[in-house]
Design a protein around this ligand. Structure first.
Ligand code: ADP
Length: 162
């Protein structure tokens, strides 16, 4: 039995994340989407909100669980009985960051493997941070995220009645 975790901030979940989830889930017995509670970046949504938005986005998919975690990702992987960490790669800068993290993780936990899936071409430019910026400036982001996420963003930015 091979379980995997897919860790991230997911602030908020985008169609790019969901593409990775949809492609990774069939490769494992269980894919545990792991929402990191306090990443070192400014967040728009609380960890509870990010988990809820993700749960709703994957409600129709089988063999997926959504949980939050804190602390070391490898420690959480072990706790979940997961031998694999899944990540998505969009560009060279993602690769460099993942490579560094993977080397560190390998030192700390040689038993855990990293599996990186390349983004699908149509999602390459989607990032949660750019998405928030575009939405705040009034851009139409409805094709980039599930509807309930677009609604949550509009509400957060107080754009609903504008
Ligand atoms: P983190 O803060 O850990 O990078 P993110 O929520 O930004 O968390 O991303 C989680 C994972 O999803 C990362 O591996 C990231 O590279 C990947 N990812 C983000 N956006 C996309 C996308 N559009 N296509 C493919 N992978 C993506």
């Amino acid at each position: 039995m091979t379980n995997a975790i897919y860790p991230g901030s997911f602030d908020p979940v985008t169609n790019g994340h969901l593409d990775i989830v949809g492609r990774a889930a069939p490769l494992f017995d269980e894919l545990i989407i792991s929402v990191y509670d306090v990443p070192q970046k400014q967040l728009m949504f609380s960890v509870e909100e990010r988990v809820e938005l993700m749960k709703k986005a994957v409600a129709n998919l089988a063999n997926i669980r959504v949980v939050s975690y804190s602390g070391l990702t490898i420690a959480f992987a072990r706790e979940m009985n997961a031998r694999v960490i899944v990540r998505g790669l969009r560009m060279i800068s993602d690769f460099e960051r993942e490579f560094e993290m993977a080397l560190m993780n390998k030192k700390l936990a040689p038993d855990i493997e990293l599996v990186c899936l390349m983004t699908s071409l149509e999602y390459q430019f989607i990032s949660s941070s750019l998405l928030k910026e575009a939405c705040q400036l009034g851009g139409d982001i409805s094709n980039l995220v599930p509807k309930h996420v677009a609604d949550a963003l509009v509400e957060k930015f107080g754009l609903a009645n504008k």
